[in-house]
Design a protein around this ligand. Structure first.
Ligand SMILES: C[S@@+](CC[C@H](N)C(=O)[O-])C[C@H]1O[C@@H](n2cnc3c(N)ncnc32)[C@H](O)[C@@H]1O
Length: 261
């Protein structure tokens, strides 16, 4: 169930924040070689791989993830979209020495670099797999999506996020790295950084409202053993009341770094 929620959440993120995702992919398309060979690191449910293959004509994508369920979902979606012949999958733990990918023009890592046990090592590996002039694209979340901004329930969501932040920190995730500095240190040049401050106002269309339900339900399950009984009851009340609310909005901040080998 937790897995289904994760997959649905990633898919909804791409659907709801479609303008942001297509803006980033168009940017990559302008900078990348023609018919680029792309490696998608921590491809997850495949939102990046699919959009890259769909939007960049002639692109061939190798989607890499440690999680076979994610890759199975990704392959099914690629087939459904008629992109199966341009998207391959590799199951690999990127904390271990990387498999051989052959020639690579673009390394794409969306919301995955922070999972790497040793980001400096991962960036060094990205540098090694890219040919000269190849592109590195890293997208990271500055803030996780919020849905209750400006409503009476904003403090409940804030409390949940504060606890989730602690949990991620304890798990060793690299959430607030200086990625620009790390990218430079790995030897990349021509670094450009773009910040996206995303706000979708209330009332939300159905997919965005569903995104709120899935995200906050996941948060609730993740905090089962971490919140006080009072805070958990408040979060339960909020989650139960989400369907039908017309005051939900989406707020999230993303940063994307694009650099050249
Ligand atoms: C937050 S998801 C992002 C998925 C996708 N890139 C997106 O933007 O929707 C992070 C993904 O990284 C994968 N991942 C985490 N650690 C990994 C590792 N060491 N090697 C390979 N994949 C990893 C997870 O399995 C998960 O699918």
């Amino acid at each position: 169930m937790a897995h289904d929620h994760m997959i649905e959440m990633l898919d909804l993120d791409a659907e709801v924040l479609h303008d942001y995702h297509s803006d980033v992919i168009a940017w990559v398309g302008r900078e990348a070689a023609e018919n680029p060979r792309i490696v998608d690191l921590g491809a997850g449910s495949g939102t990046g791989s699919l959009a890259l293959a769909r939007e960049l004509p002639g692109a061939r994508v190798t989607a890499v993830d440690v999680d076979p369920e994610m890759l199975a979902h990704l392959r099914a979606r690629a087939q459904q979209a008629g992109l199966g012949d341009r998207i391959g999958t590799v199951e690999a733990d990127l904390d271990e020495p990387w498999p051989a990918f052959g020639p690579v023009d673009v390394v794409w890592a969306a919301s995955s670099m922070h999972h790497m046990a040793d980001p400096a090592q991962a960036l060094a590996s990205a540098f090694t797999v890219l040919g000269p002039g190849g592109l590195l694209v890293i997208a990271e979340l500055d803030s996780f999506p919020r849905f209750l901004t400006g409503t009476p329930d904003e403090p409940v969501e804030d409390a949940g996020h504060a606890e989730m932040d602690k949990r991620r920190h304890e798990a060793g995730l690299h959430m607030h790295e200086n990625w620009g500095e790390r990218i430079r240190q790995a030897g990349f040049t021509e670094l450009t950084e773009r910040h996206f401050d995303i706000a979708l106002p209330a009332p939300l269309p159905p997919a965005a409202a569903r995104y709120a339900v899935v995200t906050l339900s996941r948060m609730r399950h993740g905090l089962e053993d971490r919140l006080t009984a009072t805070d958990l009851a408040a979060l339960d009340r909020v989650v139960a009341g989400l369907p039908g609310r017309d005051d939900l909005s989406v707020r999230t901040d993303r940063t994307v770094w694009l650099a050249r080998r």
